[in-house]
Each structure stands twice: as structure tokens, then as C-alpha cells.
Design a protein around this ligand. Structure first.
Ligand code: CU
Length: 232
């Protein structure tokens, strides 16, 4: 498989997605080349020649019908193979979400992503939530996202994670990933959501667990300082 077609994969399930895309691509390429090749061959081989009359082919004997039915059956088998591979990938990505060690609420609005972490006790909405405009996560751990929109349909997309999920107003949609490599990755909005859609970018920072914890601590300390009366 050509390794450099896709952005680098840093997600535990990215290989499954790439496998399905490659499967569809190579099956389609195989049949496309075969059929176009056959078409070209027949066009040249049976071109008009002086003194040769065209045959009228009724297509109603078994041999002729098999020219239709055999390829149709083979393509159906390929389709079922794609369905099976797709269903397996779907089950992993969208089926049941594994137990997460980090849960983050993601809010899309024209034209920013905002990330909310729970308070130190792990609960949301107890007055100690932490807001951030970058998404920090520890490497090698399951992260659960709950995606919400404040206005129109957005789409949370991190190509390197192979994660792409519509964010629909009025719904809270869960998603998950486990990043396998430390680094900084771009979060894009992948649904045309207004004039500044192109600029609706976020940043995913995958860190070691220690660095992630330190970041969280710093953010909480900074939030506590700015929340004190007299500061703004
Ligand atoms: Cu958007």
C-alpha cells in the first residue's frame, strides 16, 4: 500500500480507516482498468472494416448473458467485501466507545472551537470547569469528546486522527480517539458554516501524561487567579 497518500496516522483506529479507503480505491482501479482496457480492445479489434457486416447480437443465449452476469456477480462480491471492511471500521470508530480516561466537551460556533474540561473532581457543570481554546490530551489514552454546536452545523475534523464528526445544533454527539504520537495537529471545521469557515481552526496538542497534567494544573491555577475579585 502506498504509505504517503494520507497524512501520517496518529490514531489507534486510523489503520482501519486507511485500509477501507485503500480497499475501495484498488478494487475500483482494478475494475476500471480492466473494463476500459476491454472496451478499447473491442473498439479496435471490431472496428469497421470494408466488406464486413456488423452482427446483430440479441444477448439472449447463456454465453452472451454470462458476459453480464459474471462480472455483475464478481462486483457484488467486491461490494460485500467493502461492506464487511466498512462495518468493522464503523464498529470500532462509532460503535461502542471504550472507557475514556479524559472527557472533553467540544463546542463549535461561528468560527471557533472551544474545549471544556471538567473540574478537578472529574465532573462538569460544578462551577469548576476549565475552558481552553486548544485541545490538550495525553498520548496513548482514550479521549472522549462530546460535540455540540451553538449555531449551525460544523464538523470536527483531525485528518491525522482519521476522525471526522459533524457537530449538529441541538445534539450532543460523542466521539473518541486514542492518539498514538506526541505532537501538534490542526483541527479543521469540515462543514461549510459561514463566511469565515476557512478560518475555523483549532489545535490538538498530544502530550506525555506528565506534560498534560502539568498543563492542566497551570490552566487551573491561571483560571483561579483571574477569577479572584479585583482581577479581570
Ligand atoms: Cu464551522
Amino acid at each position: 500500500m502506498p504509505a504517503n497518500w494520507f497524512p501520517p496516522n496518529v490514531s489507534s483506529y486510523g489503520g482501519q480507516i486507511d485500509w477501507v479507503i485503500n480497499l475501495i480505491f484498488f478494487l475500483s482501479a482494478f475494475w476500471f482498468l480492466l473494463f476500459q482496457g476491454a472496451l478499447l480492445y473491442f473498439v479496435v479489434r471490431y472496428r469497421r472494416k470494408p466488406g464486413v457486416n456488423a452482427h446483430f447480437v440479441r444477448g439472449d443465449n447463456a454465453r452472451q448473458i454470462s458476459w453480464i452476469l459474471v462480472p455483475a456477480l464478481l462486483i457484488l462480491v467486491c461490494d460485500l467485501g467493502i461492506d464487511a471492511a466498512g462495518a468493522r471500521a464503523w464498529e470500532i470508530v462509532k460503535g461502542s466507545i471504550p472507557r475514556a480516561s479524559v472527557t472533553v466537551h467540544v463546542t463549535g460556533s461561528q468560527f471557533v472551537w472551544q474545549f471544556t474540561y471538567p473540574g478537578p473532581d472529574g465532573r462538569f457543570g460544578a462551577g469548576q470547569d476549565l475552558k481552553s481554546d486548544t485541545l490538550h490530551v495525553p498520548v496513548g489514552q482514550v479521549v472522549r469528546l462530546e460535540l455540540q454546536s451553538e449555531d449551525v452545523i460544523h464538523d470536527f475534523f483531525v485528518p491525522e486522527l482519521r476522525l471526522k464528526q459533524d457537530v449538529v445544533p441541538g445534539r450532543k454527539i460523542p466521539a473518541w480517539f486514542e492518539a498514538t504520537e506526541i505532537g501538534t495537529y490542526e483541527i479543521a471545521c469540515s462543514q461549510l458554516c459561514g463566511p469565515s469557515h476557512f478560518n475555523m481552526r483549532g489545535e490538538l496538542v498530544v502530550q506525555s501524561e506528565a506534560a498534560y497534567k502539568a498543563w492542566l494544573k497551570d490552566q487551573r491555577a491561571a483560571a483561579a487567579t483571574s477569577a479572584k475579585p479585583g482581577n479581570s
